[in-house]
Design a protein around this ligand. Structure first.
Ligand code: SF4
Length: 236
């Protein structure tokens, strides 16, 4: 088993609405979002201890009556396809636990495989910004938007429960951006407005930025609702 797990939150009530999960962090990412909180995991993964898979399995099995599953996040889990990702997911499923799979959607072929093998029970995909030239400033790379669009389609047609989510960073995401994002997700099941947290942001300049007040997030909610039926605010 090669999958390197670099972070293990034993019990979380926040990472999958309505579920109790253990949250697992994998290293590396193909994006460089300026508001990312996990830059250490991405740039210096060797500085983080690897959590043995056996320890995680033992923990889960001992709490089988209490824990519903895992949330696999990072970093970007899809980058671990050749590093034991699917084998690990099969093992977790075999033990009887559900899997929430977090992704930035930049490797749609990985999502196709996850779905084909029925390895996930829920998918959460980040939508960093409007699907145009504005995406790059939020993903931190020159983004091939076709990949993002493919992943959105794959997820919406998957038959699985899912969510799309956007972190609303003041100075980087405006109401106009939110409306553009919502339009490109028209007909989607669920959209999460993720409150921005300034602490530990990769881009140090963002650490001084104050999050939008709750009323502003509620205003954003109103802009999304004509396009997506279920809209929630998280983290505010
Ligand atoms: S996609 Fe997620 S893990 Fe990757 S840089 Fe962006 S916020 Fe960080």
């Amino acid at each position: 088993m090669d999958l390197e797990i670099k972070g293990f939150i034993e019990t979380s009530f926040l990472d999958w609405d309505g579920m109790v999960v253990s949250t697992l962090y994998v290293p590396y990412c193909n994006f460089r979002c300026p508001f990312c909180h996990n830059s250490g995991l991405i740039e210096k993964p060797r500085e983080h201890e690897t959590v043995p898979v056996e320890r995680i399995e033992k923990f889960l099995l001992e709490r089988k009556d209490f824990i519903d599953g895992i949330c696999l996040t990072g970093g970007e889990p899809c980058l671990h396809e050749k590093r034991g990702l699917f084998e690990f997911m099969r093992r977790i499923k075999k033990l009887g636990f559900k899997i929430k799979f977090d992704s930035n959607g930049y490797l749609p072929e990985c999502l196709i495989k996850v779905l084909a093998e029925e390895l996930a029970d829920y998918i959460a995909m980040d939508i960093k910004g409007p699907l145009d030239e504005r995406y790059d400033r939020l993903s931190g790379i020159k983004t091939d938007l076709d990949k993002i669009k493919q992943s959105i389609k794959i997820i919406m047609e998957s038959g699985l429960p899912y969510e799309f989510r956007t972190t609303v960073v003041p100075s980087l995401i405006t109401g106009e951006d939110i409306e553009a994002i919502a339009k490109s997700l028209a007909g989607a099941e669920k959209f999460v407005i993720q409150q921005f947290a300034a602490e530990h942001c990769w881009d140090e300049a963002l650490r001084e930025v104050k999050p939008y007040p709750k009323e502003k997030l509620e205003e954003f909610m109103g802009l999304i609702k004509p396009f997506v039926s279920d809209v929630i605010i998280r983290g505010a």
